[in-house]
Design a protein around this ligand. Structure first.
Ligand code: PEP
Ligand code: MN
Length: 328
């Protein structure tokens, strides 16, 4: 497949078709996001394959659900290692955790920076989990890439175009979070920046958008993006119910709904002692609550054809499912 990008208005698709019998079809991609468009891949979903110490993990529509979990921030060695062990034992594939934190207040905890990257590397070594962590500044890109298996671009940097352009040759997939008030098209255009820079591995993460009511939920989780994105793009999708709702008690229902709506992956914030977390405690699940949720996630994912055998599930205590799903 060859993509022509640029001012192609004057090109005649029929004439191009006649150049050679080897050309099967010439399609004009009318969307402003060319490489991110579904047409660009002939309607085929793309896969983002990540090599973790525990093995290859594939994000994509025809693959089992992938789960990413961990604290908002990497706070110290004990908490990240304890969290990583439970995240792994629960059957998730990736550990998340911020070393560089985008905070609304300059006085709030900003993340431990490079030393936190070292702790993530330790947790990777101890558990074999893949690591997802955020880069905020191009100056830290090399240090983040050295540790991360997937590099996260946070909601607040979704339109940091100079940063996006630098992600072309990092050799690691990019998790692109949707901006707080970004339209779907703006989001896809940001993905286009990364693809155009030369990095084909982009995962789109919906994390809630700003609406008129932020009293009972931190943001509004836009689950309708899942079918909308399916009609527009080949890129894999992740849903983050933690930042979307801001409340740990709302996370399980939204995680379940996201799986039902067809998400390819989930990102869940967890913490050994959420009440003491240095950031995003109210939306972080305790480790036992996360283990419980993962049993539900496993059941629901299987129901929707996105399950996989979880070698750890049987080792956990039996819990009764408080879901409305009938497994037939
Ligand atoms: C995060 O994942 O910790 C984070 C800061 O998320 P967002 O960029 O979606 O606010
Ligand atoms: Mn957070």
């Amino acid at each position: 497949m060859i993509g022509l990008v640029g001012d192609t208005e004057s090109l005649n698709p029929e004439l191009i078709q006649q150049i050679s019998p080897a050309i099967e079809q010439v399609l004009r991609v009318k969307k402003p996001f060319k490489r991110a468009s579904l047409e660009f891949r002939y309607g085929e979903p793309s896969e983002v394959v990540v090599s973790t110490p525990n093995g290859l993990v594939t994000f994509g529509q025809n693959h089992p659900l992938v789960t990413v979990a961990g604290p908002c921030s990497v706070e110290n060695e004990d908490m990240i290692l304890e969290t990583a062990q439970i995240v792994k034992a629960s059957g998730a594939q990736f550990l998340r955790g911020g070393a560089y934190k985008p905070r609304s207040s300059p006085y709030a905890f900003q993340g431990h920076g490079e030393s936190a990257l070292g702790l993530l590397a330790l947790a990777r070594e101890a558990t074999g989990l893949g690591i997802i962590t955020e880069v905020m500044d191009a100056a830290d890109l090399a240090a983040v890439v050295a540790v991360a298996d997937v590099v996260q671009i946070g909601a607040r940097n979704m339109q940091n175009f100079s940063l996006l352009k630098k992600l072309g040759n990092i050799g690691k997939p990019v998790l692109l979070k949707r901006g707080l008030s970004a339209t779907i098209e703006e989001w896809l255009m940001s993905a286009e920046y990364i693809l155009a820079a030369g990095n084909p591995d982009v995962i789109l993460c919906e994390r809630g958008v700003r609406t008129f009511d932020a009293k009972y939920t931190r943001n509004t989780l836009d689950l309708s993006v899942i079918p909308v994105l399916r009609s527009l793009t080949h890129l894999p999708i992740m849903i983050d119910p933690s930042h979307a709702t801001g409340k740990s008690e709302l996370v399980p229902s939204m995680a379940a709904a996201a799986i039902a709506a067809g998400t390819d992956s989930l990102m869940i914030e967890v913490h050994p002692t959420p009440a003491k977390a240095l950031s995003d405690g109210p939306q972080s699940l305790t480790l036992p609550d996360f283990q419980h949720l993962m049993l539900e996630v496993d059941t629901i994912a299987k129901f929707f054809g996105r399950g996989k055998p979880c070698p750890y599930a049987t080792a956990l205590p039996k819990v009764s499912y408080a879901t409305n799903f009938a497994i037939v």
